[in-house]
Design a binder for this molecule. Structure first.
Ligand code: ADP
Ligand code: MG
Length: 634
């Protein structure tokens, strides 16, 4: 007997399950399905993402719905439009051999009258986002006063997204004697509150440890300098030619920008965020599912709960503000028992977050280094060779072979192979030949300082900070330096390039002190005022220097965000950057820390609205606009 049959599912569902290709029930399904079929009960089910919760409520729901009655009998609430459509689609698949069951999706961004019309035609199951559902109730377009089942899917997410009020209001429009099934990956207090408030003696099911991530996902982080974030992303993609990934950014703006850059650089990428129209979002998801897109760049909200098979990598381009969100991100991969990798691109100052995440997911991260250009070239070459080997030949080509043979007949097999591979590969190798190593120093090892190397190739860049104390607080550069040394317990030369303004100041330290600086300074008070220190965009930059004509038009007042002078080729090196500077009174930091000629961007300390770590523009990061586009793969 089939395992699903043992759970008590009927013929038509078993047939649908066969079509779905599910062989054995997952743990949450095994636990939930018999209970839900057996009696009308409330239930709280906690299981990690990707464990098959949709079917755990979907199968019994379909079986319990009365297909002959066209009234609305069940409401499924889910956090996002994508998820709403996904669940609707699943439920339709489950019920395809069950005549007369109609499932309607109700979500924002699409015609509300059309949705109302579909419901009128007789929808036993409505799958809705809370906002739109509330809207429909307010307009009297839907009647849920007699439903038998209410399912809260991804309850933690819905509450995270601020749907508490909507949910409470929607539930109060439903009858008391219905069954409520709550499915969630985690059980934060708000979820417990909802359960307590709206459920009576719910059966509880927990699969795996609460709050822990999927165990088929391995976690890696790559330490880079903030300005190398985008380059790191590209290399990771290049080092994984078959990557099929969701790349998470913090804001819509970054999401859009990174996707555009990737497309411009020849990757098959697209953005998914809330500023897109529903049609655009549907189009993107369709291409992603169809694998025309290898890198889906998404915001947390837009990608929540998305279930696409065989995602190989989740990339945290930026870490989420709330570390709990990490779980939801990494849950996009490693689904249905498959292996997946969750990658974090991280800067030194964010390293602390990695340990916090480790505590939450109860798994360790592996620290890895961004592959070098050579390594990537090797990987790509082998990939290409394998692709040639595996390519199926369309025999249409036979007609052209005599002519082609004519052209190539003088080449030996070896020569032919070399040339064929080179056709695809030369541009690739030319790009990487020029490119530097971008892994930042790892926490443990410290590389030799090599001051003869140009700044761009030197990872020992100092970190520049902005701090909200200045001459108004009676500091000059010397006293501020002394104050910092003392407060931070640092040596004589560890704080340098101290530049005091009226209400704020800048200073540098080596990156190894960054954690200390951020931790200690952000927790001290100066005469009752909290000190605030941030990493300045002007990393490793110099003093404001009025004699420096090299700064050109930028040497005036504070610069606008994002308006920074391109680094000039070859200008960053060694002593050169300091050539024009006024004599340095600090005497310690010295010119050999590799100041750039570009004007200091001290106006840039404020966080970009779109996230602090804007990836460098092409002209800044690579200095060669003639760089070939990355070869396309298809
Ligand atoms: P969750 O809601 O727990 O995050 P989903 O319900 O979205 O997980 O299911 C994750 C994936 O696992 C989906 O692709 C689904 O088709 C697949 N799946 C669910 N149950 C089974 C099963 N019993 N056998 C094989 N695959 C399954
Ligand atoms: Mg789900």
């Amino acid at each position: 007997m089939n395992k699903f049959e043992q759970l008590g599912l009927n013929e038509s569902l078993l047939k649908a399950i066969l079509d779905l290709g599910f062989e054995n029930p997952s743990e949450v399904q095994e636990k939930a399905i018999p209970l839900l079929l057996e009696k009308d009960t409330d239930m709280v089910a906690l299981a990690q993402t990707g464990t098959g919760k949709t079917a755990a409520f979907g199968f019994p729901l379909i079986q319990k719905i009365d297909a002959d009655n066209r009234n609305t009998q069940a409401l499924v609430l889910s956090p996002t439009r994508e998820l709403c459509l996904q669940i609707t689609n699943e439920l339709k698949n489950y019920s395809k051999y069950e005549k007369g069951i109609n499932v309607v999706a109700v979500y924002g961004g699409a015609s509300i009258t059309e949705q109302a019309r579909e419901i009128k035609r007789g929808a036993q199951i409505i799958v809705a986002t809370p906002g739109r559902m509330q809207d429909m109730i307010n307009r009297g377009l839907v009647n849920i006063k007699n439903i038998d089942y209410c399912i809260l899917d991804e309850a933690d997410e819905m509450l995270n997204m601020g749907f508490y009020e909507d949910i409470v209001s929607i539930l109060s429009d439903t009858p008391d004697q219905k069954s409520t099934w709550l499915f969630s990956a985690t059980m934060p207090q708000e979820v417990a509150r909802i359960a307590k408030q709206f459920m009576s003696e719910p059966v509880e099911i927990t699969v795996g440890t609460k709050n822990s991530g999927s165990s088929t996902v391995s976690h890696e982080f790559y330490l880079v300098n903030a300005r190398d974030r985008y380059e790191a992303l590209k290399r990771l993609a290049d080092a994984n030619p078959d990557i099929f990934s969701v790349v998470f950014c913090r804001t819509k703006r970054d999401t859009q920008a990174i996707a555009e850059k990737l497309i411009e650089d020849g990757y098959s990428a697209a953005a998914l965020h809330g500023d897109l129209s529903q049609a655009q979002r549907d189009g993107v998801m369709k291409s992603f599912r169809g694998r025309q897109i290898q890198m889906l760049v998404a915001t947390d909200v837009a990608a929540r709960g998305i279930d696409v098979d065989n995602v190989t990598h989740v990339v945290n381009y930026q870490l989420p503000d709330e570390i709990e969100t990490y779980n939801h991100r990494s849950g996009r991969t490693g689904r249905a028992g498959k292996l997946g990798t969750s990658i974090v691109i991280v800067t030194k100052s964010e390293l602390r977050k990695i340990s916090s995440i480790e505590r939450i997911i109860k798994q360790k991260f592996e620290e890895k280094t961004i592959p070098s250009g050579i390594e990537i070239c090797e990987i790509q070459l082998l990939h290409l060779a394998n692709k040639i080997k595996d390519t199926e030949v369309d025999h249409e080509i036979d007609n052209y072979l005599p002519a082609i043979n004519n052209v190539l007949e003088d080449l030996s097999k070896e020569e032919l192979i070399k040339k064929m591979v080179s056709v695809e590969f030369n541009r690739f190798i030319a790009y990487y030949k020029k490119n530097r190593d971008i892994s930042a120093q790892s926490s443990g090892e410290r590389r030799e300082r090599n001051d003869s190397e140009p700044r761009e190739f030197n990872n020992n860049g100092a970190v520049r900070y902005f701090v909200n104390i200045g001459s108004r607080d009676n500091f000059d550069w010397m006293s501020l330096k002394d104050y910092l040394k003392e407060t931070l317990d640092l040596g004589r030369d560890d704080v340098f390039k101290v530049d005091v303004k009226e209400g704020f100041s800048f200073f540098n330290t080596d990156p190894e002190h960054t954690d200390k600086v951020m931790e200690i300074l952000n927790n001290v008070q100066l005469e009752g005022r909290r000190i605030n220190v941030e990493i300045s965009k002007n990393d490793g930059g110099g003093r404001r220097d009025h004699n420096n004509r090299g700064g050109g038009r930028n040497s005036g007042g504070p610069r606008r965000e994002g308006n920074f002078a391109p680094r000039r080729e070859g200008s960053g090196g060694g002593f050169r950057g300091d050539r024009n500077s006024a004599p340095r009174r600090e005497g310690s930091g010295g010119g050999f820390r590799g100041e750039r000629n570009s004007a200091p961007r001290e106006g840039g300390f404020r966080r970009n609205e779109g996230g602090s770590d804007r990836a460098p523009r092409r002209s800044e990061s690579f200095g060669d606009s003639s760089r070939p586009r990355r070869p396309r793969r298809d």
